[in-house]
Structures are given as structure tokens and as C-alpha cells.
Design a protein around this ligand. Structure first.
Ligand code: PLP
Length: 443
């Protein structure tokens, strides 16, 4: 009970049964949850999750909690602010200014000098699309297949992941135009020219749209394809896309909700890693460490275009508590060197899994960088047939060994590795060993 922070731990079997039944009944069939037989998690600490039986799991999937679970500095600062004031951002208070300045201090370029706080990634993407529309006067948007950008109507419109919506590719509204995911491992273009080849497709589409008198107002994508399992676009892709889109007067939206905030290790932003200064950046998840906070980072003149249409207000966006949460997270990422930890510990996992691939033919590729990795499992290295069932089995067996990992991508054959950035090297090595053992069973 003291470990879980509960006065009295309920009977684990009965409590879990109740939690599942009530949750499934109250939320309904569309709600996603992990595992057919999920543990009941009631406590977190660092990169660990602890269930009601007192068992600790290494949390390898929770990119929402970048600074880790129950971070004491975060908890104290948020609790202190909750005891002082929480209200909406129409009032003047210092926390709002402090968060905006702190986020701007991480801006990848002086041109991105304006912040609008919101309360989720979906809201940030929705706002980014609105900003692009009002700034360019254009409705049409180019989006990338196999992506997920959120659930609000506009964010959903540019989301095409067949896993989240099997009919996505055929049911986009007329203003959304799709290009292939720039995946040089299993996509149509591979090899050293893949980046240029994928970018040419975007340029061709942009030109066609202009010829049809509906030029694209924006191109939106994740700078590292998180939803596809951490696939890094081939070299030169985003820069070439930006050149083509901007030549026609469109804006580049970099959705950094999953991959930004230091997770990639070598850069704070995914777009920086790709050599791109976007026009609009969206953040969430890590920005609030599971507290509802997102933000849009952009240029002043783009926000000014929104002001011509009216005012912008989101009740829970940038409240004193969420602003304090956002500032605390950026402080902790910097003070504890979490971006550097992501680079170091991520390398331990990537190198370890690449070494395993010599013994385990199921491993087809290790995507990503830092602590956003995707371990792609395939049945055949030539056909790249996705090992979907094997991936599900690996996840179940890893759970038994105390590691929480989930499969990602359209094909559900990529093991996502996106833990809190506080993951230790020791736990990283233990994970590689556990994966070795589990692959031995599944092979
Ligand atoms: C890349 C990306 N953009 C946007 C979103 C939406 O964020 P939220 O769930 O906070 O609305 C997600 C959520 O998974 C995401 O992965």
C-alpha cells in the first residue's frame, strides 16, 4: 500500500475486474485500451508503472510522460499553483508569460516568435490548420498517408492511419490531398534517391493543385513518422518538400506532438533534425507530461492573420496551472539533461536491437532515433511481409517479463519504443535482454 500511495490496496483481482467492466461500459466500444488482459496500473515512478499486485513494469510506450511518472518537482510546482490560482487565459497572470517565454527559448529559429497555448494535440493541429487557412487564404492541404494528427474534425480530416480508421484513405474531404509516406524501407521509393523521389511527388501534386486553381495552403506531416513507427524520412525530403510547397505560396506545418521536445536526442525538434524551419509547429503530449497542455509555435504575422478573423480563446489553454506545468517540464528537461539522456539511452537500445537482428531474422529494421524507436518485425527480408501476429505475441510476452511495449503502424508490426526520457541505461539493457529471450520463443 505505501508503494502504491494508497491507504489500502483493494483486492487486486476484484478491483481489476471492476475497473475493466466499468470502463468498457461507460466509455463504449470505440475507446482504445492496451492489452486483452491489462494489468491495473495505479502508480508510476520515473519510467516504471506499478500495478495493484505490486508488480513494476518498465514503461516503454508512454511518450506522453516525457519527464517520467510522479516527478516530484513537477508535482510540487503544479500542486502549489493549484493552491494559488487557476483560471482562464483572458486574465493577466505571470505564469502564461513565463511559459510562452520558456517555450520560445526552445524555438528552432528566431522567426518562430509567437506561442498560442491550447489543451491538446488535436486542438494544436486544428489551430495550425486554421492559421494556415487564414494566413494564405487557401483551404487545401497536403497530408501524408499513414499519419495520425488528432480527433477533432480538422485534425481527423488530415489523419489517414488505416489502423485508427480503416476507411481513412477513401473518405477524406475534398480539401485534403494525400501523398505517400516517405518510407525508404518498405515504400515505393527506396535507396539513396528516395528522398528526392518522394519530394517530387509532393511537388507534382502541389503544381496540379495550383493548375486546378486550388493551390495548397499547407503541407502537414510529422518530421519523423511517429505513427508509422518512428520512420525517419529519407535525406533531403522535408527540405525539398518545403521548397516546392513554399514556391506555390503554401506553409509547412510540422506536427511535433509525438517526436518533439528532445525525444529524438540529437535535436529538440524533429524538423531541426531534418534541416527544416517550419512555418508552424504543433506540440502537446510531452509539453504537459499528461497534463492537458498543447501549443502552437509560429510567426507573428501568421497569428496576426487570425486576429483579422476575430479573437482566439481556448478556456483551458494556458491556464495558470497548465502554464506552470509547461514551464516546469521544460525546466526539468533542461536541468536533468533529458534530451542528452534520450540520445545516450536510445543508442543503447538501437545498437542492442541491431545486434539482436543478426540472430533473430524477425527483426527487419530499427527505425527512429533517440527515444523514439520502431523495431519492425517481418517474416521475410525480401517481401517484407509484416509479422503482425508475432509482434502481438512479443508484446504479450514482454508484459510477462515486466516491459510495456505496443505495436504500431498500419501493419501493427512495429514495436514502439518511446519511453519517458528518464529511462535508465540499466533498464534499456534489461529490455534488450528481454527482447532477445522473447524473440527466441517467438522465432
Ligand atoms: C502526431 C500526433 N499529432 C496529434 C495528436 C493528437 O494529440 P491529442 O491526443 O493530444 O489530441 C497525436 C496523438 O496521438 C499525435 O500522435
Amino acid at each position: 500500500s505505501p508503494i502504491l500511495g494508497l491507504e489500502r490496496v483493494p483486492d487486486p483481482v476484484r478491483a481489476t475486474r471492476r475497473a475493466r467492466r466499468v470502463r468498457d461500459e461507460t466509455v463504449g466500444a470505440a475507446a482504445e485500451r492496451f492489452y486483452a488482459e491489462p494489468p491495473q496500473i495505479e502508480r508510476g515512478w520515473g519510467a516504471l508503472l506499478i500495478d495493484t499486485q505490486g508488480r513494476a513494469y518498465v514503461d516503454l510506450v508512454n511518450n506522453v510522460t516525457a519527464i517520467g511518472h510522479s516527478h516530484p518537482v513537477f508535482a510540487d510546482r503544479v500542486a502549489r499553483q493549484l493552491n494559488l490560482l487557476n483560471t482562464n487565459s483572458r486574465f493577466l497572470y505571470d505564469a502564461f508569460a513565463e511559459f510562452s517565454e520558456r517555450l520560445l527559448a526552445h524555438s528552432p529559429d528566431p522567426s518562430l516568435d509567437t506561442v498560442i497555448p491550447v489543451n491538446s494535440g488535436s486542438e494544436a493541429v486544428d489551430l495550425a490548420l486554421t492559421l494556415a487557412r487564414v494566413a494564405t487564404g487557401r483551404r487545401d492541404v497536403i497530408a501524408v498517408r499513414e499519419s495520425y494528427h488528432g480527433w477533432t474534425s480538422a485534425a481527423d480530416a488530415v489523419s489517414t492511419s488505416a489502423f485508427d480508421n480503416p476507411h481513412a484513405a477513401d473518405s477524406r474531404p475534398a480539401w485534403v490531398h494525400l501523398v505517400d509516406a516517405p518510407n525508404a524501407y518498405r515504400g515505393r521509393h527506396r535507396g539513396p534517391d528516395a528522398g528526392a523521389a518522394y519530394a517530387r511527388e509532393v511537388a507534382d501534386l502541389a503544381r496540379t493543385l495550383t493548375d486546378e486553381r486550388r493551390p495548397a495552403g499547407a503541407f502537414i506531416c510529422e518530421p519523423v513518422l511517429g505513427n508509422a513507427g518512428g520512420v525517419i524520412p529519407p535525406a533531403g525530403y522535408l527540405v525539398a518538400v518545403a521548397e516546392a510547397v513554399r514556391a506555390d505560396g503554401g506553409l509547412m506545418i510540422s506536427d511535433e506532438v509525438q517526436v518533439g521536445y528532445g525525444r529524438l536526442g540529437d535535436a529538440f525538434w524533429g524538423s531541426t533534425l531534418q534541416g527544416l524551419v517550419p512555418d508552424i509547429i504543433t506540440v502537446a503530449k510531452a509539453a504537459g507530461n499528461a497534463y492537458p497542455l498543447g501549443a502552437v509555435l509560429t510567426r507573428r504575422e501568421i497569428v496576426d492573420a487570425l486576429a483579422r478573423e476575430g479573437t482566439f480563446f481556448s478556456s483551458a489553454g494556458g491556464t495558470p496551472v497548465s502554464a506552470v506545468a509547461g514551464t516546469a517540464i521544460l525546466d526539468i528537461i533542461d536541468d536533468e539533461g533529458l534530451q542528452q539522456n534520450a540520445a545516450r539511452v536510445g543508442r543503447v537500445i538501437a545498437d542492442g536491437v541491431r545486434a539482436l537482428s543478426e540472430r533473430h531474422p524477425l527483426i527487419g529494421a530499427v527505425h527512429g532515433t533517440g527515444l523514439y524507436l520502431g523495431i519492425e518485425l517481418v517474416r521475410d527480408h525480401v517481401t517484407l511481409e509484416p509479422a503482425r501476429d508475432e509482434a502481438a505475441r512479443v508484446c504479450d510476452l514482454l508484459l510477462g517479463r515486466g516491459f510495456i511495449v505496443q505495436a504500431a503502424s498500419e501493419r501493427q508490426n512495429v514495436l514502439k519504443v518511446k519511453p519517458p526520457l528518464v529511462l535508465t541505461e540499466r533498464d534499456a539493457r534489461r529490455f534488450v535482454d528481454a527482447l532477445d529471450a522473447v524473440l527466441g520463443e517467438v522465432d
